[in-house]
Design a protein around this ligand. Sequence first.
Ligand SMILES: C[S@@+](CC[C@H](N)C(=O)[O-])C[C@H]1O[C@@H](n2cnc3c(N)ncnc32)[C@H](O)[C@@H]1O
Length: 280
Amino acid sequence: MNYRHGFHAGNHADVLKHSVLALCVRSMQRKPKPLVAIDAFGGAGRYDLLMDDRAIRTGEWRNGVSRVWEAAKPLESLGPYLDLLRAMNTGDELRFYPGSPLILQRLLGPEDKLLAVELHPEEAAELERELGRDKRVRVYAESAWTALKSFLPPTPRRGLVLIDPPFEQPGEFDRMIAAAQDGLRRWRNGVFVLWHPIKDLAACERYRRRLTSAADDQPLLSADLFIKDADAGGLVGSGLMIVNPPYGLAEAMADLGAWLAAQLDQGGGRWRQEWLVPPG
Ligand SMILES: C[S@@+](CC[C@H](N)C(=O)[O-])C[C@H]1O[C@@H](n2cnc3c(N)ncnc32)[C@H](O)[C@@H]1O
């Protein structure tokens, strides 16, 4: 396991994933009922963009969250995400960046629950420290692929699962499809948020087709944020597939995506959003 999220924290892919995650939670909270959030690939929870060697070495966040932080007129729907960034930082300096479990912890209500899974022992220990003593939260240092089987369906039955594996080993698309298929069999109304990098366009297209059939007629929304031309090579963007998106999320995401594509553009910025299975 070589992957450490500190190299990539706050990059364009994190901005996409985290801003949509925040919107998704806020959309679900329109109904005042408890919910559970499962963060299957938690990471360390908090990243120091200015002092951590990893972030300094890659500087990926400078073309990601930094551009959102510096934006003269941020979009209103970025509110929940930006509020978190402001709460973690002082003044105008952007130094700390929250990982997905911290974002979820801060957005959840007193009756909600967070289950965070992280396989890397050091990252899991950091995450545990970061989330602190919170009766609503539990960290599991184990593999998400098996943990999901034991967690689903959760109690309460309302909630979401975030699945964003590191994509450092072959077969990650296959594992995501299998996890979504198995997850939906166990929990048909769960909201599944699946993230993927866009590098190999043909592999992404195959994944779209296969996930569409795995969704088994449950609503499936697809959104891709390209920051470079599709044929530029390397990581040209990233995408989200959302099974059972909450009401109103698709509309909010369309505005957000167009704004992000312009803001994070590195030559070919583009947003593509479509229903692969429309709501019935
Ligand atoms: C892309 S990062 C997660 C980032 C985090 N979700 C966020 O948005 O802030 C993927 C994480 O998954 C962890 N990981 C790798 N394989 C895993 C597995 N089988 N089960 C759980 N975690 C795993 C890695 O150590 C890494 O911290």
